[in-house]
Design a protein around this ligand. Structure first.
Ligand code: PBG
Length: 336
């Protein structure tokens, strides 16, 4: 036994190239690091609830809450202090306010638009993004209008989304983020914004959004799960990547300022390919189910949740994302 060890020590391999030299110390590793995650890469999604001085827990999303606007503004301030420069707002709609047309989405003084104005008044430097889709407002939970045959109608939905975008811009939104996957909505939104003088308002298009099983906790947060059918006639088939490139190219032609891929970690190949195919900024949405999986395993003591979360977000950036929407934005930014 001891003779074997001596033998290993004496017999150095004749290696000219030893990649480990570049990993020899923390100092060297920091010199050669290719990707660095920063707080300013992160976008914090926030759920807003009607009322005052309330926060509610969300099943499946530990440490994430629905906040009334007064408390939500404090979260935005906290985020800004940590170096986060963008938030994405989602409104919880009371059941009585929902109808098949999602008409509350187009009420000028609805909760979402009031909250945008409130946030821009209190933290004007923060970039406010707003999700544009009808699903939180429709009684059936679909992102679009539904006809007698139960089909999701494209063109009429696009008109509603363009109106919703203009109202969001009037309330002070910096970026509108259509998440519905209807055809032609980016062009219609761009034209409607420009016609109303909102040339400075950007469009972050959810260009490649998949019909994923990872949106469950989000739908719980907004009580927005579809009451019939699924979203496969508008959201993309997880099997496809060429189709994602086509969707991204179309949205770019239609005037999108930034493209979003969603979900993130199971779709790193899509992020990398889109990154190579466009000069536009590319974002990725680390969605509710991805967040939930990390938190659930961490709660069992099976993984180190903080480290897995950081590694996940770093990998999304390494794949090619310029920025990441993540519910862990505050937690991660406070540890960077
Ligand atoms: C609304 C929307 C959804 C998400 C973002 N915007 C849900 C859906 O399309 O059903 C999911 C985000 C998440 O799971 O974190 N269209």
């Amino acid at each position: 036994m001891s003779r074997d060890i001596e033998c290993v020590e004496e017999k150095r391999l004749d290696l000219l190239l030893r990649p480990r030299r570049n990993r020899v110390s923390a100092a060297v590793r920091s010199l050669v690091r290719e990707t660095e995650l920063q707080a300013s890469d992160l976008v914090l999604p926030l759920f807003v609830l009607e009322g005052r001085q309330q926060q509610q827990e969300i099943k499946g999303m530990p440490e994430v809450f629905r906040f009334t606007p007064d408390l939500l503004v404090r979260e935005v301030e906290k985020a800004y202090q940590l170096g986060i420069r963008a938030v994405d707002l989602f409104a919880v709609t009371d059941k009585q306010l929902k109808d098949p047309e999602g008409s509350y989405a187009l009420c000028r003084d609805n909760l979402l638009f009031q909250t945008i104005a409130w946030v821009k008044r209190e933290v004007p430097e923060m970039c406010v993004m707003v999700d544009i889709a009808l699903d939180p407002y429709t009684s059936h939970g679909h992102d679009g209008l539904v006809n007698e045959d139960g089909e999701i109608v494209n063109d009429a939905t696009v008109h509603a989304l363009a109106k919703m975008s203009v109202l969001a811009a009037e309330a002070g939104a910096d970026i509108v983020a259509p998440s519905d996957m209807m055809d032609g909505r980016v062009r219609s939104i761009r034209c409607a914004l420009d016609a109303e003088g909102h040339h400075q308002v950007g469009i972050l298009s959810y260009a490649a959004k998949y019909a994923s099983a990872l949106y469950g906790p989000f739908r719980e947060a907004l009580h927005s799960a579809p009451s019939f059918g699924d979203k496969k006639s508008y959201q993309m088939d997880p099997a496809n990547v060429r189709e994602a490139l086509r969707e991204c190219a179309l949205d770019e032609q239609e005037g999108a300022d930034m493209l979003l891929i969603k979900p993130a970690l199971p779709y790193l190949d899509v992020i990398a390919k889109v990154r190579a195919a466009t000069q536009l900024p590319v974002g990725a949405y680390h969605v509710s189910g991805e967040y939930a999986m990390v938190k659930a395993a961490a709660a069992q003591g099976w993984i180190d949740g903080d480290r897995v979360m950081q590694e996940s977000l770093l990998s999304i950036k390494r794949a090619g994302a310029d920025f990441i929407l993540t519910y862990a934005a505050l937690q991660v930014a406070s540890k960077l």
